[in-house]
Design a binder for this molecule. Structure first.
Ligand code: SAH
Length: 496
C-alpha cells in the first residue's frame, strides 16, 4: 500500500524536516506485520513528495498471532498487502509519530502552520464509495478527487471495485492531515485488523480532538472506528458532547444553601415553628421528586423514562409503585449509573421488580431508538447541564423522535437564587450548570418547544413560592397534542 504526501510550500524540501525523514535517503522500518519504506520520489525547492510504502506480509500475519477469523484461504489471499487500511494507521503512528504530534525540532513554526498539502492513497477501499469519502473529508476542508478502480481492467463491463485512488488537497497543518488519515483510513475501509476495546475510545477521542465533535458524520466515524461495538460507540459519542459531570457534587450547592436557609429561619417559619422545622427537613429535592411522581400518576403513564436519572432517586420511587410497569433510567455518566445500580440494590432485587427496571447509558443529544414509544418521560434538573448550543438537538431527540405522551421537566428558577444568602450573586447552583433560567426565559423556551413539536403545556412551581421571585424550582408538563404540528404551530403565531 502506498501513501504519498506532497507540498508546494517553498522551500518544499522542508517537508523532510516536518516528517523527520531525510529526503536524500530511503529508510525502512520493521513493523512486525510487515515493513515500511520511506523515500522521496521528488524533492526540490518548489515541490517535494514523500512516499510511505507499506509492505504487509500476509503469511507472516497469520503465523504471527493467529488472529484470522477462520482457517480459510482468505487469511492468506486478501487485499491487505495492497490496500490502505488500519495497518497504514499503525505505520503512521510508528514511523511518522513526531510529525503526527505536530513536533519538529528544526521547523517548529512550520509544523504549526497550515501549508498546501496533497495526500494520495493509491488503493483505498471505501465502504459506501465516493459519497462516504466526500462526507468524511469535505467537512474537514479537503478537496476530494476519487478515481474508482475497475474490478478488472481487462473487463470494463464488470464495473468498478470498492477500491479508489484518492487524492486529498487542503491547506492544513501536516499534523492535522496525518491525524485525519490515521482516524479516517480505517473508517473508510470499515475493517480493522485488531480487536477493539476501551482503549480505542481513548485513542479516537485523543486523535479526534478539535475536529471530531463538530464533524457532521461523527456518529458514522465512531461506529466504524469502534467496529460498531454499541457500548463503546455510546461512550465515545457521549463524551464528545461534554465531559462527565462530577456526580458526587451534584446537589451539593443546593444542599448547602438549603442548610443555610434552615439555620436562618425567616419570620414566617418562626411564627409557624413546627411547620418550618418540618419543611426544612423535607429537602427541595424531595419535594421536586414528589411533585414529579404526582404528575406521572395523574398522566396515567405505565411505561416511563427517567432521562438524566443520575443516582436514581426518582427510579427508586417509581419501582415502588406497581402501576409503573416499565421504567428506564438513562444517563450519560457511567459513574452515575453505577451508583444508581448500587443504591437501588439492583442485584438483590426480586426478579419481578427488577424486570420492570432498566438502566441504559446514552446521551440526550443524540437520537436514540431505545427511547421511542414511552408514555412519559421525566427530565429532572438535567437541561441546565446541556450546552445551550446542544439544546436544539435535545429538543428533537425528545419531542420529535422519542415523542412520549407526557414530559415532566424541571430546572432551577434563577430568580430565586437571591433568596439564598449563601449563594454569591450571579453564581449558578452547581458548577456544571451551563445556564439557569428566569421564569420568563423558561416559559419562552417551553412555549417554543410546544409550537414546534405539537405539545400543550402547563407550568407548576416546586418548593415554597415567593411572591416576588417565585418558587426555587420550575416545572413544565408537556402533553402530546392530538392536533397536527402545523396547525398547532399556526395557532400560536403572533404570541410574540
Ligand atoms: N435527575 C437526577 C439527576 C440530575 S443531575 C436527579 O434529579 O437527581 C443531572 C444529570 O444529568 C447527571 O446525572 C448527568 O450525568 C446527566 N446528564 C448531563 N448531560 C446529559 C446528557 N447529555 N445526556 C444524558 N444525561 C446527561
Amino acid at each position: 500500500m502506498l501513501l504519498t504526501l506532497r507540498t508546494t510550500h517553498v522551500p518544499a524540501t522542508d517537508l523532510g524536516y516536518l516528517l523527520a525523514k531525510n529526503p536524500a535517503r530511503a529508510q525502512s522500518f520493521d513493523l512486525g506485520f510487515g515493513t515500511a519504506h520511506v523515500f522521496y520520489p521528488e524533492a526540490d525547492e518548489n515541490a517535494c513528495t514523500a512516499a510511505l510504502l507499506l509492505d504487509v506480509d500476509p503469511v507472516g500475519l497469520v503465523r504471527g498471532r493467529g488472529h484470522g477469523d477462520s482457517g480459510a484461504l482468505d487469511q492468506y489471499v486478501n487485499d491487505r498487502p495492497y490496500a490502505a487500511s488500519s495497518f497504514l494507521s499503525v505505520a503512521l503512528s510508528r514511523v511518522l509519530r513526531s510529525a503526527m504530534a505536530g513536533i519538529s525540532r528544526e521547523r517548529a513554526e512550520l509544523a504549526a502552520t497550515p501549508i498546501p498539502l496533497e495526500a494520495r492513497l493509491a488503493v483505498l477501499p471505501v465502504r459506501g464509495g465516493d459519497a462516504v469519502l466526500r462526507r468524511l473529508f469535505e467537512p474537514l476542508g479537503y478537496e476530494v478527487e476519487a478515481a474508482p478502480q475497475p474490478l478488472d481492467p481487462a473487463h470494463p463491463e464488470w464495473g468498478d471495485s470498492r477500491y479508489f485512488t484518492v487524492t486529498l488537497r487542503a491547506t492544513v497543518r501536516l499534523a492535522d492531515l496525518l491525524t485525519h488519515l490515521y482516524v479516517l483510513v480505517p473508517v473508510m475501509d470499515g475493517a480493522k485488523h485488531y480487536w477493539v476495546g476501551d482503549e480505542e475510545v481513548e485513542k479516537l477521542l485523543r486523535h479526534g480532538e478539535g475536529w471530531l465533535a463538530a464533524h457532521p458524520d461523527r456518529t458514522l466515524i465512531a461506529a466504524r472506528y469502534l467496529k460498531r461495538r454499541r457500548s463503546l460507540v455510546d461512550q465515545a459519542l457521549a463524551r464528545l458532547v461534554e465531559p462527565e459531570p462530577d456526580v458526587a457534587e451534584e446537589g451539593a450547592v443546593e444542599a448547602a444553601v438549603e442548610g443555610a436557609e434552615a439555620a436562618e429561619p425567616s419570620a414566617a417559619s418562626v411564627r409557624d415553628a413546627e411547620e418550618g422545622a418540618l419543611e426544612s427537613r423535607i429537602s427541595l429535592h424531595q419535594q421536586r421528586l414528589e411533585k414529579v411522581m404526582e404528575v406521572l400518576r395523574e398522566s396515567g403513564a405505565a411505561r416511563v423514562l427517567d432521562l438524566g436519572c443520575g443516582e436514581g432517586r426518582l427510579l427508586r420511587l417509581l419501582v415502588a409503585e406497581p402501576r409503573f410497569t416499565e421504567i428506564v433510567g438513562m444517563d450519560v455518566s457511567h459513574r452515575a449509573l453505577e451508583v444508581a445500580a448500587d443504591r437501588l440494590k439492583l442485584d438483590r432485587m426480586a426478579p419481578r421488580v427488577r424486570d420492570r427496571l432498566r438502566l441504559i447509558h446514552g446521551a440526550l443529544t443524540y437520537r436514540d431508538r431505545r427511547l421511542a414509544g414511552y408514555d412519559a418521560a421525566a427530565v429532572v434538573e438535567v437541561i441546565e447541564h446541556l450546552d445551550a448550543a446542544r439544546l436544539a438537538a435535545f429538543e428533537r431527540v425528545l419531542w420529535e423522535y422519542a415523542r412520549p405522551g407526557t414530559v415532566v421537566l424541571t430546572t432551577p428558577n434563577a430568580e430565586y437564587n437571591v433568596r439564598w444568602p449563601s449563594l454569591p450573586a450571579g453564581r449558578f447552583r452547581h458548577k456544571d450548570h451551563r445556564f439557569e433560567w428566569t421564569r420568563a426565559e423558561f416559559q419562552a423556551w417551553a412555549d417554543g418547544v410546544c409550537a414546534r413539536f405539537g405539545y400543550t403545556l402547563r407550568f407548576l412551581p416546586v418548593g415554597p413560592v415567593d411572591e416576588e421571585v417565585g418558587a426555587p424550582t420550575q416545572m413544565a408538563v408537556f402533553a402530546r397534542a392530538d392536533t397536527p404540528v402545523a396547525e398547532n404551530a399556526g395557532s400560536r403565531e403572533g404570541d410574540g
